[in-house]
Ligand binder design. Structure first.
Ligand code: SF4
Length: 734
């Protein structure tokens, strides 16, 4: 591989580390180009946006990507891709890319520096803080956007090598609720489904999910369902998915828990339960049955605002189903009682025996391309491999596999994201390393988040763009390669490991995150600890050993080549599976034997009294603000999607708020008027869109514009600590 021209200058002036980088790029995980066996060939790489994990066929000339088409033989997308996938290469070519390290001077100006200065500054500043305020004074924020091997490296380097005690990831913002719900109910964070369940179900219930926009290729799989399936959508808004539903329950925001308990009560009274499954595979049913008896339909109707007749029609359809499946995303996860809501969905699947069979399941659709990788390997909330930092035997197992002293593994849990933010406020956290996420834009109540990031003694942002709201606040910017410029694996919503390929060169001296971690490990002085972490596939082999005996065991996956040959492989795939079966089936689901991961093999019914949202409407703030995805062509904070001219033409140019026509009339607001949306935290100035897709009294803003989180209320689910973005009180001013 030919390195970027700037590196020889770095080599001349910066000693042995730079020399090593120049002489042996692969030792820093840079990999080699071309990736394809023939330089003018094609290779399949998994998309780097959402958790659907579509396979994209990358077309190469001289080893470099010149275009892509959806892979028609990849089991996830079968020849389809959404606009983001089609434009995945375009966003790499932007003049906003971070191409060289940047350091802020005393006047607040960012200057280009070389990697040696960047590495020394990173280590010196963080070490100074740790020696003055303790190792826990420096923390890190990881991401669901980088390959599994990189997030494993980041988590292990930060915690085991650099002695940081606290690290979390942006997956806290999307998946923490599902993780906790599954863990408590099933005994492990285990989404049970496979995508063919979307096609094989005869009754699909989507709760707080809009796959038509959020997971468009999964929506295509729904449309491929040949069972004339019932499609029930539970959502306060008449979303694109709700418009296609056979039944749309437009419930009052956050009345979902009452609704789900009420449905359970009705199903029990109708006798539409699987008593054999309940007896053999679950525990806590009697208590649950007694509990939900307090949710009669008239009470549910009042709480949800949906008529009893409509509620009963939906219950009857679930009762009639042979293969009912229940799907949820952020409308559930980002709630003040999200874990219990997710578990109320799980309870419905358990009581009807709708799990472990084709077309069934309690199925949480993941958000980011590698949120599942983060859940298992990021070494943040749980220890790498989904072990427990508090258990001596778990720490010893990881220390043995990694060949590191057990004393280097913290015997305490990390702070969650919100606790790290609050730790900055209290002065406990003084330095922060943010990798591939945009906290200043995406964190709830962003005015506070921004103010606190600015308060840090030292903020490092590692990103592929230098212009994110967060990078603009950084003291040190480390330029990173993006999707398509490095190797590794992503794990999608259905637990499928898929390969990420290097098909393009990163700009300037930007490095793969993997290479940055290797480099920083050496500069920090803990490189010896990671001597075997030479390149992503070497880390993949370490990850395999770590999973041995875990529910997510992947010891049967030989190597990256096998992932290519099989169209990705779902976990688990054990060495004995491989020995007995040879080739993994293309689609596999969990719990076919009715055995769960708790020691007694049973799943648990878990429930709790519903609670009111913390910030209800009042005379001063009479509207409830809902947030969510805007269009298929926008991704989160638009760090990448805004760089594609094609995608930009596919979504509204100006930020907007959706208002019900009657509310607009009361307020004297016309379509297109500029309005101020004000909460107790801040104000957004946006365009009014008048639409009857909302209930009266609700307004909606997409999450993509930075103004939206100026308004949101900082509150979290108490168990998952996932922020509840979906509800806060606002006023609308002309
Ligand atoms: Fe990529 Fe998701 Fe679109 Fe598939 S659906 S192409 S994974 S963004």
């Amino acid at each position: 591989m030919k390195l970027p021209e700037i590196v020889p200058k770095f080599h001349d002036s910066n000693g042995p580390l730079a020399a090593k980088l120049l002489q042996s790029p692969s030792s820093f995980g840079l990999g080699t180009l071309p990736i394809a066996s023939h330089p003018d060939s094609t290779t399949v790489s998994v998309c780097g946006y959402c958790s659907t994990g579509c396979g994209l066929r990358i077309h190469l000339k001289d080893g470099q990507a010149i275009g892509l088409t959806p892979a028609n033989d990849y089991p996830v997308n079968i020849g389809m891709a959404c606009a983001k996938g089609w434009e995945a290469l375009a966003v790499l070519k932007s003049d906003e890319r971070a191409a060289t390290p940047l350091l802020r001077d005393d006047q607040g100006i960012l200057h280009e520096i070389d990697w040696a200065v960047a590495g020394e500054t990173f280590c010196n500043r963080f070490k100074e803080l740790q020696s003055k305020y303790g190792p826990g004074s420096v923390a890190f924020i990881s991401t669901g956007q980088i390959p599994t091997e990189e997030m494993a490296f980041l988590g292990c380097l930060a915690k085991f090598g650099m002695g940081m005690l606290h690290g979390d990831g942006n997956t806290r913002q999307c998946m923490a609720t599902s993780v906790v719900a599954y863990k408590q109910s099933f005994g492990f964070d285990a989404p049970p489904f496979t995508y063919s369940d979307l096609e094989e179900s005869d009754c699909l219930v989507f709760i707080g999910a809009n796959p038509c926009i959020g997971h468009p290729i999964l929506w295509q799989r729904v449309l491929a369902n040949k069972n004339n399936a019932e499609l029930i959508v539970v959502d306060p808004r008449r979303t694109e998915t709700a418009m296609a539903a056979s039944d749309h329950l437009a419930i009052a925001p956050k009345s979902d828990l009452v609704l789900l308990y009420g449905i359970a009560k009705e199903l029990i009274e109708m006798g539409a339960v699987d008593n054999r499954f309940i007896a053999n595979s679950t525990e806590g049913y009697e208590e649950f049955r007694d509990f939900v008896s307090r949710f009669p339909m008239n009470k549910v109707s009042i709480a949800t605002g949906v008529s009893i007749e409509k509620l009963q029609r939906v219950v009857q359809k679930i009762a009639n189903a042979k293969r009912a499946s229940f799907w949820w995303t952020m409308g559930v996860n980002q709630s003040h009682q999200g874990v219990r809501t997710a578990q109320a969905i799980i309870n419905l699947a358990l009581m009807t025996g709708s799990i472990g069979r084709p077309g069934t399941g309690a199925n949480s659709i993941t958000g980011q391309c590698n949120a599942m990788g983060s859940r298992l390997y990021s070494n943040t909330t749980s220890m790498i491999g989904h072990y427990d930092f508090l258990r001596d035997e778990d720490r010893q197992k990881i220390a043995t596999i990694l060949e590191i002293p057990v004393s280097s593994i913290p015997n305490q849990n990390s702070y969650a994201y919100d606790q790290i933010i609050s730790g900055i406020d209290s002065g406990e956290i003084r330095g922060l390393w943010i990798v591939a996420t945009n906290t200043a834009h995406s964190w709830i109540n962003s005015p506070r988040a921004k103010a606190l990031l600015s308060k840090l003694d030292f903020l490092v942002v590692q990103d592929m763009y230098r212009t994110t709201d967060t990078a603009m606040l950084a003291d040190l910017v480390l330029p990173a390669a993006g999707w398509g410029e490095k190797e590794g694996t992503f794990i999608n919503s259905e637990r499928r490991f898929g390969p990420l390929k290097k098909v393009a060169k990163a700009p300037g001296v930007a490095l793969a995150d993997f290479a940055i971690f290797r480099f920083l490990a050496d500069v920090w002085g803990c490189g010896e600890m990671f001597v075997k972490w030479t390149h992503p596939e070497a880390v993949f082999q370490i990850m395999k050993r770590i999973t041995e005996g875990q529910p997510c065991d992947i010891t049967g996956i030989r190597d990256y080549k096998m992932l290519d040959e099989c169209g990705g492989i779902q976990w688990p795939w054990t060495a004995s599976d491989q020995k007995l079966q040879g080739i993994p089936q293309r689609e596999r689901r969990l719990f076919e034997d009715g055995r769960f991961f708790h020691t007694n093999g049973k799943a648990k019914f878990l429930f709790e009294e519903p609670k009111s949202i913390p910030e209800g409407i009042c005379d001063t703030y009479p509207y409830l603000l809902l947030t969510g995805r805007g269009t298929v062509s926008q991704w989160h904070t638009e760090t990448r999607t805004s760089k594609s001219p094609v995608l930009r033409t596919l979504y509204p140019k100006l930020p907007y708020v959706e208002i019900h026509p009657n509310d607009a009339e009361d307020l004297g607001i016309m379509a297109g008027d500029q309005v101020h949306v004000r909460s107790r935290r801040g104000t957004a100035t946006v365009k009014a869109v008048i639409t009857a897709s909302l209930r009266r009294g609700n307004v909606f803003m997409p999450m993509h514009d930075a103004q939206t989180n100026r308004l949101t209320l900082e509150h979290v689910d108490p168990m998952s600590r996932q922020p509840a973005y979906k509800d806060c009180a606002v006023q609308i001013l002309r």
